[in-house]
Design a binder for this molecule. Structure first.
Ligand SMILES: Nc1ncnc2c1ncn2[C@@H]1O[C@H](COP(=O)(O)OP(=O)(O)OP(=O)(O)O)[C@@H](O)[C@H]1O
Ligand SMILES: [Mg+2]
Length: 286
């Protein structure tokens, strides 16, 4: 698993035109191998642009993207290798689906890796199961399916490559609560069993709070906050000034504190809040 370093990264869309837009502005960031990171930020803050740097889909305007100290853009071969090792699920899965059947779409990545047919088939079935794609859909055209199903197929296609670094841009958007829970559980299980790195972009503060060990909050193309969920959610005013919410449990704890209930600043998960309140009420545990 690689250590990732973004070094003074700058990215400008439509450079030299009247539509020029600085989307990343001098971002320096280290992501150690095996970390589970959630990337947050108001719409337009640069999240999708940043993660497209992680598999070399976008080339920096300035600065470098390093894996284990080596620039991913140093050669065509290095970039090809990175595309196999870093699985990126796009924010809009339509951009990722282009084969005539669901099966072919999921099999595309491992096929490109020139794996034996039996292994490809096994990976397609396992990753379809992982992402909640029913095998009865294998012969359907991905383009005829619902938004949620398309997203699952895109996720399955990326998982079939068994990535060392899994990058997911709003993967739970459009999924129902049960589907959302089971996908997040599967991602966590994959993280634990393989030790891979995960970068999850989400607007859901509760999801970031409960899934990730580190939160990065972007504002106007820069990393504005970087810390554990506990550290980041203990700065509600800053988050609100960036147009972001704090998780429900943190907001409730804050409201209770304002009414005189003594609670630690570090509460952000419903389970921890319930446990703390119950223990205050006489040592009941949950
Ligand atoms: N293809 C493009 N051409 C020009 N500008 C772009 C392009 N893609 C994004 N931008 C601009 O770059 C900035 C960062 O966009 P980006 O999509 O990375 O933000 P984001 O944080 O992912 O937003 P969202 O939460 O809406 O997905 C925005 O101002 C956006 O308008
Ligand atoms: Mg985006």
């Amino acid at each position: 698993m690689p250590d990732i370093r973004l070094e003074s990264l700058r990215y400008v869309y439509s450079r030299g035109t009247p539509f020029e837009k600085v989307a990343l502005n001098d971002v320096t960031l280290d992501i150690p191998a095996g970390q589970y990171v959630a990337l947050l930020g108001h719409t337009g803050s640069g999240k999708s642009t940043l993660i497209q740097q992680l598999n070399g889909l976008l080339t920096p305007t300035a600065g470098r993207v390093l894996y284990d100290g080596e620039d991913i853009h140093r050669s065509k071969e290095a970039l090809r290798d990175i595309r196999f090792r870093v699985g990126l699920v796009f924010q809009y899965p339509e951009y990722q689906l282009f084969e005539e059947t669901v099966y072919k779409d999921i099999a595309f990545g491992p096929g490109n890796m020139r794996l034996p047919a039996a292994e490809i088939e096994e990976r397609v079935r396992k990753s379809a199961h992982f992402a909640g794609v029913d095998e009865s859909l294998f012969d359907a055209s991905p383009l005829e399916l619902s938004g949620g199903q398309k997203r699952r197929i895109a996720i399955a296609g990326v998982m079939a490559m068994k990535p060392d670094v899994l990058v997911l841009d709003e993967p739970i958007a459009g999924l129902d609560p049960a589907g959302c829970r089971s996908l997040l559980e599967n991602i966590k299980r994959y993280h634990r069993s393989t030790g891979c790195t995960i970068v999850l972009v989400t607007h859901e503060m509760n999801v970031a709070a409960t899934e990730a060990e580190r939160l990065l909050v972007m504002r106007a193309g820069q990393i504005a906050l970087d810390g554990t969920p506990q550290e980041v959610f203990s700065r509600p005013e800053e988050l609100r000034s960036m147009g972001l919410d704090i998780p429900g449990a943190a907001a409730l704890a804050q409201a209770l504190r304002q009414r005189g209930v003594s609670l630690p600043e570090s509460i952000y998960s419903p389970k921890y809040l319930a446990k703390t309140l119950l223990s205050r009420m006489g040592g009941v545990s949950c």
